[in-house]
Design a protein around this ligand. Structure first.
Ligand code: HEM
Length: 373
């Protein structure tokens, strides 16, 4: 139609950018070429959200979306999370001792935590197989989508089927309240690399900013000192990690693990003089909002103090977890993972940034710090 013709040319001719979080879209062909819905945590990957199953949260709308989301939130809300603190801590301690201490290469921590806490899969051959298959499935998201026997994509699809089968068995066995295996898969995908990305960039930020590191270490050492040998962190300890969380927030501002997402226009709508026809995909990028100097002065500077007064940050300006009815239901869980992991990282390890050249030569070393708890 003439209307959509006009809109199309507008999108191609001009990049529209509003700094208001959710009312953002950019130009570019992808706006009207991409028709399939991708999970926000998948970023620009190859596995569309319907491949997670037709009943997964991302495929649902309206009442169905609300109902399934509430079921998911029942075990991700702070009240439920309180019960996980000890278990989560055990997992982090065990993982760091087994896979990090004295090692030159370290392995992802957070997916193991999800396996244990959300799905109750204990250490052992079954869990190793689960993690291995899931890693294989995830690789497909970054590979060329060609289904031939020798391609990574094909291997990933196969692994994904096996993971789904394992999840199904697990649900049956554990009689978990979660009705939809697709949403277990979704939670796994969503939590797979997001918190790990934050931890990775936090490690880099701490190495680059000695003053921030010193303040964060002080906060964590105060907590460590208040503990007897082997005593667990409490919910109150986590609540007192205020500076650490500001560092994590600033890390996510500069490097949002999910840098952008899509929304589909459910009806024709107008915004800022532009018409968005029903059915079009709208691309919103928090990575750009977070670099807006009117919202975050000197946006390229790493400055956790900008979050000291949260009321100074306008609504929908700081959006690493999205916003509105689809805001990340896993955000409190992610906070828990990040805070407990950071506690053990800074109280048990020290690290330095090395030039890539040194890494290739294998001269990267990890110094074991005193075990403080
Ligand atoms: C630092 C870690 C994480 C970040 C930055 C993150 C970010 C996001 C973002 C940006 C969205 C899209 C929100 C929107 O469209 O408005 C999202 C959705 C979602 N996330 Fe997360 N996430 C994280 C961790 C997790 C974890 C650990 C879980 C599960 C345990 C999880 C489960 C989900 C689910 C199920 C959705 C879809 C919600 C819906 O469509 O209603 N996320 N996340």
């Amino acid at each position: 139609s003439r209307k959509s013709q006009k809109i199309r040319s507008n999108f191609q001719a001009k990049s529209l950018w509003q700094t208001n979080g959710f009312h953002q879209w950019t130009s570019g062909k992808q706006v009207h070429i991409l028709r399939r819905q991708y999970h926000p945590c998948q970023q620009s990957t190859n596995i569309p959200s319907e491949d997670l199953g037709s009943q997964n949260l991302l495929e649902l709308m309206g009442k169905d979306h609300k109902r399934v989301r509430e079921a998911l939130l029942s075990f991700l809300k702070p009240d439920s999370l309180k019960q996980y603190v000890g278990k989560l801590e055990m997992e982090i301690r065990e993982h760091l001792e087994k896979h990090w201490e004295g090692k030159q290469q370290v392995t992802t921590l957070t997916f193991n935590i999800i396996c244990s806490i959300l799905f109750g899969v204990k250490h052992g051959a079954r869990r190793e197989r689960f993690v291995e298959l899931f890693d294989e499935a995830i690789k497909g998201m970054w590979s060329v989508p060609v289904t031939l026997p020798f391609t990574q994509y094909n291997r990933s699809i196969k692994a994904s089927e096996k993971v789904r089968k394992m999840v199904k068995d697990l649900i049956r066995e554990k009689r978990m309240e979660l009705q939809q295996k697709e949403n277990v898969m979704l939670a796994m995908v969503a939590g797979h690399e997001t918190s790990a990305t934050v931890l990775t960039f936090m490690i880099r930020a701490l190495a680059n900013n000695p003053e921030v590191y010193a303040a964060l270490l002080y906060e964590q050492e105060q907590i460590a000192k208040s503990k007897r040998l082997g005593e667990f962190l409490t919910w109150e300890d986590l609540a007192s990690m205020k500076y650490t969380w500001r560092v994590a927030m600033e890390t996510m501002r500069l490097v949002p693990p999910v840098f952008a997402g899509f929304r589909t226009a459910l009806k024709d709508m107008e915004y800022g003089g532009y018409l968005i026809p029903k059915g079009w995909q709208v691309f919103w990028a928090m990575s750009m909002t977070h670099m807006e100097s009117s919202l975050f002065p000197e946006p390229t500077q790493f400055d956790p103090s900008r979050f000291e007064n949260l009321t100074s940050v306008p609504p929908y300006s700081y959006i690493p977890f999205g916003g509105g009815p689809r805001i990340c239901p896993g955000q409190e869980f992610a906070k828990l993972e990040i805070l407990v992991a950071t506690h053990y990282l800074v109280t048990r390890f020290t690290w330095k940034l090395w030039h890539r050249q040194f890494l290739q030569q294998g001269s990267y070393t990890k110094t074991n710090k005193r075990a403080s708890c």
